[in-house]
Design a binder for this molecule. Sequence first.
Ligand code: SF4
Ligand SMILES: [Zn+2]
Ligand SMILES: [Zn+2]
Length: 329
Amino acid sequence: MANCSVCGRKAVYVLRHSGMAFCEKHFLEYFDRKVRRTIRKYSMFRPREHIVVAVSGGKDSLALLYYLVKLSRKRAPGWSITALVIDEGISGYREQTLRRFEKVASELDVNYEIVRFRDEIGKTLDEIVTEAHKRGLPYMPCTFCGVFRRYLINKYARKLGGGVVATGHNLDDIVQTFIMNVLNNEWDKVVRLTPVSGPLSHPKFVKKVKPFYEILEKETTIYALLNGIYEGFEECPYAQLSPRWYVRRFLNFMEERNPTLKYSLLRSLESIVDLLKKQGVGYSGEILSCKLCGEPSAHPICRACELRTMLGLKLRELRANTAEGKGTG
Ligand code: SF4
Ligand SMILES: [Zn+2]
Ligand SMILES: [Zn+2]
């Protein structure tokens, strides 16, 4: 590994497209500058803000929680932060990530709430996958996981009184989703791949932001490692069933040959979103209320209720006692 371009110490990271290298200290400064620039550029937070950080226990969302808590204590005293953890119920995987989350949350002394698929949707993701298989439903585990998780994040962020939800999506996630949407000819989804979603005209919709929008996955990994919040790599057992798995491998393979590839894709995405918006593709700003659950939806019945109905799961009222943690203050 090269030496730091700033101080000459041993580098932990090299920007392959520019040749700049950073030691631990200067990597953390580079990371901080880059994330703060993104937050400012897209006006993600107000000076006084209740930020709900959506946490899976994976390295990106943990890194985001850690980063925002540290940033708020150093530079944004008007922010309050609550972590919202969704436990999908993935046996042999989620238990470990939840343990890691609880350790980090206690070190940071941050409030949190855990919401479980089992309690809210009526089944764990593992049970949903079995049921879907029995019923011959043509969906991958990630489809159920993503739809129900987004549904619960919006619902609980609102319940917690959050003004904005921050998610740990990084640049790699965004360009992977972009490619997948293009492959599926889903341009209405491409339009939604922005660093800030909304504000959509629905009283139940909570704004979502992606502070790591311009940060590569390898950078969030190094940040998490250097801060001792990431101990190892484990992968969701369902990950390899998703097309994302192959897109990710393909993009990493291409990036080996072209270090600016992911940045170029991000800029292409931004140009295409501008063009699509001019053509009126995507939301017109008017969002409906799901006829079954009342949550914001692009269609008369939201996708979560649609999938729940296919699985034979009845809509259940939110139950006040399903959450765990230190409270929500
Ligand atoms: S890989 Fe798929 S199933 Fe696993 S946590 Fe991610 S979205 Fe959910
Ligand atoms: Zn240095
Ligand atoms: Zn619904």
